[in-house]
Design a protein around this ligand. Structure first.
Ligand SMILES: Cc1ncc(COP(=O)(O)O)c(C=O)c1O
Length: 379
């Protein structure tokens, strides 16, 4: 029976099998406490220091996020959503008419609509890459990258089937063809090792409320050094140089804060959410990506075994270890996820598949509850 040494750090009742981190990650208790303390402080605004709230906490958050990308704090911007990070990328990459933007079939909409609009702006086209039977996403992508490619936009995994993409190889091929690489790592950062030194993306973003266990509306954007002199989406006072000195704010400045800070969203200091997000990243940081990956992979192996007798199959050939997407037998009800939820088992139905996403807190009892609920519905 798999145990989780970290389960107590979460507020998960024993009669719930929460296998849905890919939709929303539960915040660790410590993060909830930090968020509550931040709300308490808002009732007494004099109780906190201006430097702490406006600068120190966001800088600490930037540093913690940088670690997940193997980047430096200067390379990270604080953003509200994956779509915001992708919009920063679209603003700062220019395409030539007739060039192609590559996306994967069934890719998450924020990472498709952005490029459709960019294609309209620049007279480019969006090419959707499907994979053939037995072909990996990496092979499918590599086969389409060529001199006509301006940009490849994908994630480290495909969010419907959980297939992993070899980003190092794809990045190298994109660079060899003069194309940019923009990544949405929302479904992988924190539970799958990622290193900007190896992949060399132009931009990479992750929403923070799923695998990163943070509050909703805070995410992290990596901006490669060659784009750090680019145009932000907003012209916010705090992103300008010298903003630490509030008495000089109307001594308007042309320069920005160093590195990727110019791309920070307005009110990036986010006095209530940032402390909670910081604590969530601290929990992940203490446990480490390697331990998180191997724990999720072990739980997934047990879930696969539990699901097999009911005809659910882990048939994604290049499946990432932390992400489980099961194909369903023909007789499975259309509302299977809803029926499982009624039995305390929380998973998602995405497209024609059942997405089961355990995290650090998941254990053998969750697996047993999953099997029991499947038996009740399908058995
Ligand atoms: C792959 C992926 N990217 C991004 C998001 C969230 O996008 P946004 O932050 O733009 O709302 C999700 C949410 O399900 C997702 O699955």
């Amino acid at each position: 029976m798999i145990i989780s040494p970290w389960r107590d750090q979460f507020d998960l009742p024993r009669d719930i099998a929460y296998l849905n981190a890919a939709q929303i990650g539960p915040m660790p208790r410590r993060a909830v406490q930090a968020g509550q303390a931040a709300y308490q402080a808002k009732a007494r605004p004099w109780s906190r220091t201006v430097a702490g709230e406006f600068f120190d906490t966001p800088e600490a958050l930037r540093k913690a996020a940088a670690g997940l990308f193997h980047a430096t704090p200067d390379d990270i911007a604080l953003v509200p959503a994956a779509s915001y990070g992708l919009a920063v990328a679209a603003r700062n990459l220019k395409l030539k008419a007739g060039q192609e933007i590559l996306v994967l079939d069934g890719q998450f909409p924020s990472n498709v609509y952005t490029w459709r609009e960019m294609a309209k702006r620049d007279g480019a086209t969006v090419k959707t890459i499907a994979r053939r039977q037995g072909e990996s996403w990496t092979e499918a992508l590599l086969a389409q990258i060529g001199p006509q490619t301006a940009l490849a936009a994908c994630g480290a995994i495909q969010w419907i089937d959980g297939g992993a993409i070899d980003l190092e190889t794809v990045g190298a091929e994109a660079r060899a063809n003069g194309a940019s690489l923009v990544l949405d790592l929302t479904q992988s950062l924190g539970v799958m090792d990622f290193n900007v030194q190896a992949v060399k993306p132009d931009f990479a973003v992750a929403a923070g409320y799923k695998w990163l266990l943070g509050p909703y509306s805070l995410g992290y954007l990596y901006v490669a050094p060659q784009h750090q002199a680019g145009e932000p989406l907003e012209e916010n006072w705090i992103n300008r140089e010298g903003s630490e000195d509030f008495s000089q704010l109307i001594n308007y400045r042309d320069g920005y804060q160093p590195g990727a800070r110019r791309f920070d969203m307005g009110e990036r200091s986010n006095h209530q959410l940032a402390p909670a997000a910081l604590e969530a990243l601290a929990v992940l940081g203490e446990i480490g990506v390697e331990a998180a990956v191997s724990h999720c992979a072990a739980v997934n192996d047990a879930l696969i075994e539990a699901a097999a007798p009911f005809g659910l199959r882990a048939d994604t050939p290049d499946r990432a270890g932390h992400y489980l997407s099961l194909s369903l037998p023909g007789e499975a009800p259309a509302d299977l996820a809803k029926q499982l939820m009624a039995r305390g088992v929380h998973v998602s139905q995405r497209g024609p598949r059942l997405r089961v996403s355990p995290h650090l807190y998941s254990d053998g009892e969750d697996v047993a509850r999953f099997a029991e609920a499947l038996r009740a519905v399908l058995g």
